[in-house]
Every structure is written in C-alpha cells, then in structure tokens.
Write a protein that binds this ligand. Structure first.
Ligand code: ZN
Length: 258
C-alpha cells in the first residue's frame, strides 16, 4: 500500500486519498499514480525471498494453500541464492562472474549443494536443512500437484522459516550488511535510472514480511503472522483511510487543500 510522496511534499502532510494497493513487480520497483496526477517510482528495498514469503502468506490467507507452499519453497530457494551471492561478493567476486557460475548450475539440487558448502565455509557448521518429511511433502506439492490442508501449509512454511532464520541473521551482521544493501539496490537500478532520466520522483521503503526480521526478533512464528495478517484486509484499510481522508480534507482551509 502506498501514499503519494509528492502530495506530501507539496502539502506538508499525507494525501490520504492517494492511498492505494499496488501489485509488486519482479524487480520491486512500482509505478504509482496518485489522484492528483503525480507519478512516483516506489522501490522496495528488500530481497526477493522476503517478497516471496509475503506472497505465500497472502495466498494461504486467501485459501490457496498449495500456492502458499510453492511460494515459501521459492522463498527459501531464493534465499539460498541470495546468501551465496552475498558471501561471494563480500569476498571480492564480481557480480557478473557469480551470475555466470550460478546459471551454470541451474538445477535446484546443485544450487542447494553450492549453498550448503558456502554456508559451511562461512560458519564452520553444517546447514540444518528441512526435516526429511517436509522435503517429501514439498516435492509432492510442487511436483505432483498435491493440494495441502491449511495445517500442512502452515507447518511447511514454519519449517522453512525456521531453516531461513540463521541465514537471515547472518546476512544482517556487520560483515555482510553493506554487500546485502548493494545487491538489493542493483536489482531495481535500471528502473530507477530510467525514472531519473525522465525526472520522475523516486521513493523507497520496505514492507513487513515473514522473513523480514524486526529489531530484537529471535524467532519466526508463521501461525501468529498469519493471524496478524488476517486483520490487514487491503480493501478495509483503504476504505477506512478514505473515510478519515474525507473528514480530514473537510477540516483543511481552501488554501491548504489544493
Ligand atoms: Zn500526489
């Protein structure tokens, strides 16, 4: 959900009528148009695995349990790739060389092997993978079209999130944080450059996702996150904000309203 930054800059307060739900594109760079005709490129400053984990919870909330499992499985694979990239670039490897090497091992088992060894080199301990029954379950859902129950979907996502937690914590440490930020920034670079070249306003920020750790957070609880999520119905939030916006606008003087 976004608010027009240009309106805020002009008026000195947010234009609540510009609040809207927006689809997140693959590069995380969203074109936003407000009700006053302003356009902004809003860039999500977070990696793909976080966005995929959020899509998973959205799907489960809406009753698409199979899609929820598939998206969380993709989030974990995306995290493995991101981890290896951060580790290699921190150690001086060129980004293009990483991309070449990674695409050469384009099967998920091979990529998982590369991740496991990178993790072992960096931490000195073996990566604790998903329990065998969860790997079997995921493969049945992803490859055999199994339709899971709600409980099975939550259980799988919880197992995947538990696996992801030590990786995410490691990437948040001082050693890797700059490389991590640089990589995220480069994902939307071409969209940003294009927007800048035509003078379009650019804003940046993140959204809360199951794999985005809040300060001091030591665990990820998918069932709790899903419960919280049920209160974030976009249509309800937009309708509520629109009501406040109408009331707020009626309080404004004509000079400040336009
Ligand atoms: Zn605006």
């Amino acid at each position: 959900m976004t608010v027009c930054m240009e309106c805020q800059e002009i008026n000195g307060f947010p234009n609540f009528e510009s609040v809207q739900a927006t689809i997140v594109p693959d590069n995380g760079a969203m074109h936003i148009s407000c009700n006053k005709g302003h356009t902004t490129l809003h860039v999500l400053t977070q990696p793909k695995h976080e966005l995929l984990s959020e899509l998973s919870i959205c799907a489960i909330k809406d009753g698409y349990y199979r899609e929820g499992v598939v998206s969380f499985a993709s989030a974990l694979e995306s995290l493995y790739r991101f981890y290896v990239k951060v580790i290699l670039l921190t150690n001086g490897v060129d980004s293009k060389e990483f991309e070449k090497s990674w695409s050469a091992i384009n099967l998920s088992e091979r990529q998982f092997g590369a991740f496991s060894i990178a993790y072992l080199i960096e931490t000195g301990v073996a990566y604790k993978n998903l329990p065998a029954d969860q790997v079997k379950f995921r493969n049945k859902v992803v490859h055999n079209g199994q339709i899971p129950s709600l409980d099975e979907a939550i259980q799988y996502c919880q197992s995947a999130a538990t696996c992801a937690l030590p990786i995410i914590k490691q990437l948040e440490s001082d050693k890797y944080i700059k490389t991590k930020t640089d990589i995220i920034s480069s994902i939307s670079a071409s969209a940003r450059n294009k927007a800048e070249s035509i003078g379009m306003r650019i804003s940046a920020g993140g959204i809360l996702t199951p794999l985005s750790l809040r300060p001091g957070q030591s665990e990820i609880n998918i069932a709790n996150y899903l419960e919280e999520h049920k209160n974030w119905n976009v249509e309800n939030v937009v309708a509520e904000i629109a009501t406040h916006a109408t009331a707020l606008n009626s309080l404004l003087t004509p000079e400040t309203r336009d």
